[in-house]
Ligand binder design. Structure first.
Ligand code: SAM
Length: 405
């Protein structure tokens, strides 16, 4: 990971709280859920049917994950996990729209308070998720700022601090003007870990530069009207014996630095007009905007453009484009992606749009109903099954909804 070179003995750091059980005990006490297929959904016949069915699962994810761990097609084969668990806010989320929900609206789900119970609730699920993940898989855990620091320590325990890739700061909403003696909170966090950092599937994400960025980064214009900037031709680090440490055109690299290229390459760059000489005879390399920006810019760990929908179908529904970006970057077409707290099924929708296999789990019948609607509303989707893992009859409202489809 990014910081492995400056951590030491961090595996000795542990979060301590009452009720924390060992992994062995966890495996012993959790019984796998029975995964009962209620209904299969499909649009026509799949071109190639390998028997795989995407799964929308109603039930508590802990016994469901235990059941999935017993399936050879799934254990160690999940390429990407995105979870957006309850944040430990203690809130009750109702109806479709949290913002305008009234106390009459049906409860979508009730969050736990931030507490040892909450942390243990999450930790147990993270342990199972770790074992479901493929060796080149990744996990993204969406959290708010109150819980994130505790969860980071838990993630380090389970996944290893050396596999920590990013803590992405995501701007979630517009600025708030509530009166409080603190700054407005407009961001949450997404912790990104690889199962084995460096081996993780990584489809380099790039985004286009804006006009304003191009003008700022490439302030100069040449005689042909092309925008460019210049950068030093030397880089940090001394080369004692090699050619990049020697004089070029009678100029030595400044102390503690070396030429970026050997003399013959510098000559060639100059011949092609790619070196700009200052009035004092200082050479700098020209970088042209039209060539440089072609690849787009690397995405950084502050995400400004993925605010959540203002009128969501489901309370706490996440930005679909953001989830699609995560799926695109950290999995390939045909891979299995999983969300164990799927709410309105944003990951399933993203996976469908991007040709990934998916498994989505939620304990709330309302979440499953809304998730089901969102998938069915897609013009086309691969065959999937609705699974009842509650060990009970389906709730009446969901049964009626299914009858009406
Ligand atoms: C923050 S919401 C997820 C929203 C989702 N990302 C979306 O875009 O709609 C958290 C979800 O976790 C679900 N949940 C809470 N405890 C659960 C459990 N033990 N098993 C499965 N789902 C659970 C809740 O019902 C809720 O839908």
């Amino acid at each position: 990971m990014g910081c492995a070179y400056h951590v030491k003995d961090m595996h000795l750091v542990r979060l301590t709280y009452p009720g924390k059980i060992s992994k062995e005990e966890l495996y012993k006490i959790v019984q796998p859920a029975e995964l009962k297929v209620v209904k299969e959904f499909r649009v026509g016949k799949p071109l190639i049917d390998d028997g795989w069915r995407n799964m929308l699962i109603l039930g508590d994810n802990l016994p469901v994950l235990k059941a999935l761990l017993q399936d050879d097609r799934i254990r160690g084969k999940v390429r990407l996990i995105y979870i957006d668990p309850p944040f430990g806010t203690g809130s009750i989320y109702r109806g479709k729209r949290h913002i305008s929900a009234s106390s009459e609206d049906e409860i979508a789900y009730q969050d736990m308070s931030l507490s040892p119970e909450y942390l243990e609730f999450l930790r147990r699920r993270l342990i199972f998720l770790y074992n479901l993940l493929a060796e080149d898989g990744s996990i993204y855990v969406h959290m708010d700022v109150d819980a994130i620091h505790y969860v980071k320590v838990l993630m380090d325990e389970i996944f290893g601090i050396e596999n920590f890739a990013n803590d992405i700061a995501r701007v979630k909403c517009n600025p708030k003007n509530f009166e409080r003696r603190a700054y407005g909170n407009i961001r949450d966090s997404i912790l990104f870990y690889a199962k084995n950092y460096g081996k993780n599937v990584w489809n380099e994400p790039r985004e286009p530069y804006t006009e304003e960025e191009i003008e700022r980064l490439f302030p100069k214009v040449d005689k042909d009207g092309r925008r460019y900037t210049t950068v030093p031709l030397h880089a940090p680090g001394e080369t004692k014996n090699g050619p990049t440490g020697q004089s070029w055109r009678g100029i030595k690299p400044p102390p503690g630095r070396h030429w970026r290229y050997p003399p013959e390459v510098l000559d060639e760059l100059d011949r092609r007009g790619l070196i700009e000489w200052s009035s004092t005879g200082n050479p700098r390399l020209k970088i042209y905007a039209d060539e440089y920006v072609k690849r787009g810019k690397r995405i950084q760990d502050v995400w400004l453009n993925y605010k959540d929908p203002v009128y969501p179908e489901y309370p706490t529904e996440k930005n679909l484009e953001m989830v699609m970006k995560i799926v695109e970057v950290s999995s390939n077409v045909g891979d299995i992606v999983l969300d164990a707290f799927c709410g309105s099924g944003t990951l399933a929708v993203a996976a469908e749009k991007l040709g990934r296999k998916w498994i989505c789990i939620d304990i709330s019948p309302l979440a499953i109903e809304i998730g089901l609607k969102r998938i069915l509303e897609l013009k086309t989707y691969r065959p999937f099954v609705l699974v009842n893992a509650t060990g009970r009859e389906l709730p009446e409202r969901l049964r009626k909804f299914l009858e009406g489809i």
